[in-house]
Design a protein around this ligand. Structure first.
Ligand SMILES: *[C@@H]1O[C@H](CO)[C@@H](O)[C@H](O)[C@H]1NC(C)=O
Length: 285
């Protein structure tokens, strides 16, 4: 598939199955698609001379609020498509990342991003200042977390990046994810009560493995070892929106194998992304 650079595309992908698979949260995907179109139409109707609207229903949902920074959790109500019900850390406490270094994969230190993402309770994670976070191992997230980079320039770069494995309700917004490397052959904590041995990872920007209710919005992603965003092994109920992707070979993989039948029920919405320069293939595959 040849994709010209600097082309904004809206794709609505439906992966349907003739049999009802329990991992599919939506039985009538056409209704979800109609709802997406309706919200886009609605946003466009509100474009006006004195309106702050852009016609992008996700952005218009929160950016028109001048006090968005004190109403951060409202973002959780702004998704469209199959990942719409991802609540992330909504109704949880705000957790502020103050420490960009000191990554300890087994005993994370309070104040680091890793300490926030492994917790059991819902958390809305924000950043005290601009920072570059170079992780030593994959960042293995626990359920009900939002990583909200608004208001700061946050890079997760130069080491292993984000892994969303067998968890649900994750929102990742406004993070620069790039130059992701493989991690592994190491112990990594995934919750306050558990850590385990990780084999060598793919080196994805965001790896979704058996994850559901996931929303990745307004991230920039580039130059990783494997995929920028890969969703495999029964992952579903995902929205990938407003991301800016550049300089990368295998951009996006949705399901790794035709013979893995659980993925025939995968439901993903891909909308308002910018497939930019220097991309090679899988946009998506
Ligand atoms: C959205 O607007 C287009 C163009 O006006 C129209 O064809 C379509 O039916 C509308 N869709 C919905 C779901 O409102």
């Amino acid at each position: 598939m040849a994709i010209p650079s600097l082309l904004s595309l809206i794709f609505f992908f439906l992966f349907l199955t003739s049999t009802l698979i329990s991992s599919s949260p939506v039985e009538d995907p056409e209704l979800v698609v109609q709802e997406v179109h309706r919200s886009i139409n609605e946003s466009r109707r509100n474009l006006g001379y004195l309106s702050c609207g852009t016609g992008n229903p996700i952005d218009d949902c929160w950016r028109c609020d001048p006090n968005w920074a004190s109403n951060r959790q409202r973002l959780a109500d702004c998704a469209i498509g199959f990942g719409k019900n991802a609540i992330g850390g909504r109704n949880g406490k705000i957790y502020v990342v103050t420490d960009s270094g000191n990554d300890d994969p087994v005993t994370p230190k309070p104040g680091t991003l890793r300490y926030g993402v492994i917790q059991s309770e819902p958390l809305w994670i924000i950043f005290a200042r601009d920072m570059v976070i170079q992780l030593k191992e994959e960042l293995i997230m626990n359920s009900f977390k939002t990583i909200d980079g608004r208001g700061a320039s946050v890079h997760i770069a130069g080491g292993p990046c984000i892994t969303i494995q067998y968890v649900s309700n994750i929102i990742i917004h406004g993070i620069n994810i790039h130059d992701c490397k493989q991690g592994g052959n190491a112990m990594v904590r995934d919750s306050p009560g558990h850590y385990g041995w990780r084999t060598i990872s793919d080196g994805d920007g965001v790896s979704i493995f058996g994850g559901s209710h996931i929303w990745v919005d307004h991230c920039s992603l580039s130059n990783c070892v494997d995929g920028l965003i890969d969703a495999i092994m029964g992952s579903t109920a995902i929205t990938i929106s407003n991301n800016y992707m550049t300089h990368h070979d295998k951009v996006m993989l949705l399901g790794h194998s035709d013979s893995y039948t659980k993925d025939t029920g995968m439901q993903v919405t891909i909308a308002f992304n910018h497939f930019g320069e220097g991309l090679v293939q899988r946009m998506p595959r």
